[in-house]
Design a binder for this molecule. Structure first.
Ligand code: MGD
Ligand code: MGD
Ligand code: SF4
Ligand code: MO
Length: 670
């Protein structure tokens, strides 16, 4: 019996990219734990990853290519060889290109794996093919747009500074579920004497761990931030020296918010009483080094970018930026650290094809013309359940003339609609280089085990497809390790030669942003631009959400669960059972008004669709709001539609992001 311990990295879409130690016995991963020597992980993994071996060796894994034999969606397939699968795809694509042009082919991928090579493995192929490009904006581009409007290209602060803050505000982030190491650091600040606030729309597990919770009306945080700024300006709770040296447009903002944005005026929009807002403003301005950790939930609204921009003004007015531990952290952006273009090969594009928003897949599949989408290639994403407006997406996937290929680890709801399914490796079965968005480290790892069954990695499949298309470029014959090497060779100010060498050895390495953190503002004016004349709205202002015009009485929050990651991890029975079933959480008052009782089946509906849930009456939910957690697979839910049958394809005010939280519904019993 051979038993070894191998270092690996968590591949999931999470801010932390944890270091893993994988015990391998006779070629199988038998145990996974957090690397105690990793600077962020420090031995602590979230509940999802503690039994990653159950995902990797799940009996549900796909192990061979499949060809559809039943109706689309029925999940009836027969096994075929890789050779047959690749040649069927290439033949069909050559026909499609001849009849409709290459733009009739649409790739769809997102964040099943975050590794730089495997995540971006299809770009070079589709660039050369001339396929439609996918605008990958489902997550939180409004966050970047809001930050950019105020702070330009200023890099994020060092998040570990939270430990010396005296007021930690977890704003629109369910850190206990989504960012457990940020939660651990906030708790450590708390032990050092800091107060911790949570600002959310319902009582999440994060709120339980905070000193105080403020429940806002969904989409109302911009109004709250304006009211806080109003009190700060009105009462002179300012750092005037910092403002005059570092801020552009504070006087213009004051002139606007003093008459228009008092706590009393903003109270209805944000849902907090004006005396609470007054107290929050005084305590915020009175803190020595207030630290805001901003999540993504509040960005997925029609006003999401403006919300982020407005909240981000707060630290600039009270001088928080000049104190260790003070500021606001949205996430790191380490795009400059590795020359991704070496993998994505934009230079393979002969002309720039059309761009299709991943948030509007339903419309793309059912309405797009010139040319219509005739083929969809899905890899490491599950759009049949995670994309907004599920009914439109399913209508598209059901089109008989659409040729769909899905490269997956499991027979997901999307794979069930495929004409050809290809089995994918898990992260333990392929090498990659990972960076993360919750801190500044990166780590490379090799494969810990051989591929399960006939699974192949994203990069291997695109190499095969390139060969199947008869392409000569030697690029497509490189191995994933050679691609990683391309990312590591170039000189780079983000990492020293010694750091690059340590990356090659598989150590986690801290990257250093070229601009000194917090000392310089990388904006056009060199100042924090509260006034930004290049924006449609030159100053922060209250903006409405989309759904308040829809006319349904309850605001729906399609929130996350600690026991899954979007639609990933439903294959692990233990984790799924911890979530019980697909529940709709509702306050007793709203249930009483509708004559609904705990545990009964209910239907939530709006103009886009209807979804069955099991009702859970909960005092964690304020009146007027309903919540469901997780993005469930169809086989485990009471009806045949998931929560995204209720969400819309509308986009955010900045960044063209998804507006998944900007939904209203009515609920009835069955
Ligand atoms: N366990 C687990 N971890 C995950 C994920 C998961 O599904 N499960 N998903 C991963 C991904 S892809 C992402 S993008 C991140 C997201 O992680 P987070 O940044 O934490 O974002 P969300 O969980 O979408 O939303 C955070 C909180 O915002 C609240 N919220 C919604 N609307 C509003 C609002 O208008 N105002 C305020 N103040 N709060 C609001 C929600 O109730 C939620 O508790 O997490 C990653 N990590
Ligand atoms: N209702 C609702 N909808 C949401 C969200 C929500 O909170 N609520 N969150 C939204 C957000 S923030 C995001 S980022 C998106 C995420 O949406 P997706 O990126 O689609 O994420 P997952 O649902 O995790 O699906 C990833 C799939 O990739 C597969 N996979 C993993 N590794 C590999 C690999 O190496 N190769 C291949 N080929 N496949 C692999 C997994 O098996 C899994 O089925 O969902 C969005 N949709
Ligand atoms: S999902 Fe996040 S917290 Fe959990 S192990 Fe992976 S990186 Fe760490
Ligand atoms: Mo996300």
């Amino acid at each position: 019996m051979t038993k070894t311990t191998v270092r690996s990295v968590c591949p999931y879409d999470c801010p932390d990219a944890c270091g893993l130690l994988v015990t391998v016995e006779n070629g199988r991963a038998v145990h996974v734990c957090g690397d105690p020597d990793h600077p962020i992980t420090r031995g602590l993994l979230c509940p999802k990853m503690n039994h990653y071996e159950q995902t990797v060796h799940s009996p549900r894994r796909l192990t061979t290519p499949l060809r559809r034999v039943g109706k689309k969606g029925a999940g009836e397939f027969e096994p075929i060889s890789w050779d047959k699968a690749i040649s069927a795809i290439c033949t069909r694509w050559q026909e499609t290109i001849a009849s409709h042009g290459a733009e009739a082919i649409l790739p769809y991928s997102y964040a099943g794996t975050m590794g730089l090579v495997q995540r971006n493995a299809g770009h070079a192929f589709f660039n050369k093919l001339g396929a439609s490009r996918l605008e990958r904006t489902i997550c939180s581009p409004a966050k970047d747009a809001g930050w950019k409007a105020l702070m330009g290209d200023t890099p994020a602060m060092e998040p570990a500074e939270v430990e010396v803050s005296d007021l930690v505000i977890l704003w629109g982030i369910n850190a206990a579920a989504t960012s457990i190491h940020a939660m651990r650091d906030a708790q450590s600040a708390r032990r050092n004497g800091a107060r911790v606030w949570a600002i959310d729309t319902y009582r999440t597990p994060t709120c339980e761990a905070a000193d105080e919770t403020f429940l806002v009306r969904p989409g109302g945080d911009g109004a709250l931030a304006l009211a806080l700024l109003h009190v700060i300006a009105r009462e002179g709770l300012l750092d005037r020296e910092f403002i005059s040296a570092n801020v552009l447009g504070f006087e213009e903002l004051t002139a606007r918010i003093l008459p228009d944005c008092s706590p009393a005026q903003m109270s209805v929009l944000c849902g907090l009483p004006s005396e609470v807002i007054e107290r929050m403003a005084r305590e915020y301005a009175g803190a020595k080094a207030p630290f805001i950790r901003l999540g993504s939930g509040l960005t997925r609204y029609g006003n999401g970018a403006m919300t982020v921009r407005t909240i981000s003004c707060l630290p600039a007015t009270v001088g928080a930026w000049s104190k260790p531990g003070g500021g606001i952290f949205l996430g790191t952006s380490t795009g400059g650290a590795f020359p991704l273009q070496s993998v994505t090969r934009e230079d393979f594009m002969e002309r720039v094809p059309r761009l299709v928003s991943m948030n509007q897949l339903g419309a793309a599949l059912t309405e797009l013309a010139d040319p219509p989408v005739m083929s969809l290639y899905v890899y490491h994403s599950n759009p049949a359940v995670i994309a907004p407006d599920q009914n439109a997406v399913i209508r598209g996937l059901e089109r008989t003339e659409l040729f769909t290929v899905v490269h997956e680890r499991f027979l997901t709801d999307t794979a069930r609609y495929a004409d050809i399914v290809l089995p994918a490796t898990s992260s333990l079965e392929h090498p990659d280089l990972y960076r993360c968005y919750g801190s500044y480290h990166a780590q490379r790892c090799g494969a810990a085990i051989a591929p399960v069954g006939g699974a192949k990695s994203n990069w291997e499949v695109f190499s095969l497809l390139a060969a199947g298309m008869g392409w000569e470029e030697s690029f497509f014959r490189l191995s994933a390790d050679e691609l990683i090497e391309l990312l590591l060779v170039a000189e780079n100010p983000w990492r020293s030669a010694a750091g690059t060498e340590r990356l090659r050895q598989g150590d986690p390495v801290l990257l250093t942003p070229p601009t000194e953190l917090k000392k310089e503002w990388s904006t056009v004016s060199g100042k924090i631009e509260i006034l930004n004349v290049r924006e449609v709205e030159p100053l922060p202002c209250p903006l409405p959400t989309h759904s308040e015009r829809d006319g349904y009485p309850l605001r729906l929050q399609p929130a996350v669960t600690p026991f899954a990651l979007n639609s990933s991890f439903y294959e692990q029975d233990d984790l799924r059972l911890k979530q019980h079933c697909m529940e709709l959480l509702m306050n007793r008052v709203d249930a009483g008004k509708r004559g609904l009782t705990d545990g009964q089946t209910v239907i939530a509906g709006n103009d886009r669709g209807e979804v069955r849930f099991t009702l859970l009456i909960s005092e964690r939910i304020p009146p007027g709001t309903v919540v469901t957690e997780g993005v469930w697979w169809r086989e485990f839910i009471p009806g045949d539609r998931g929560v995204n049958a209720l969400t819309s394809q509308r986009l955010t005010d900045g960044g063209r992001g998804s507006t998944l939280y900007d939904v209203t519904v009515e609920v009835r019993g069955v």
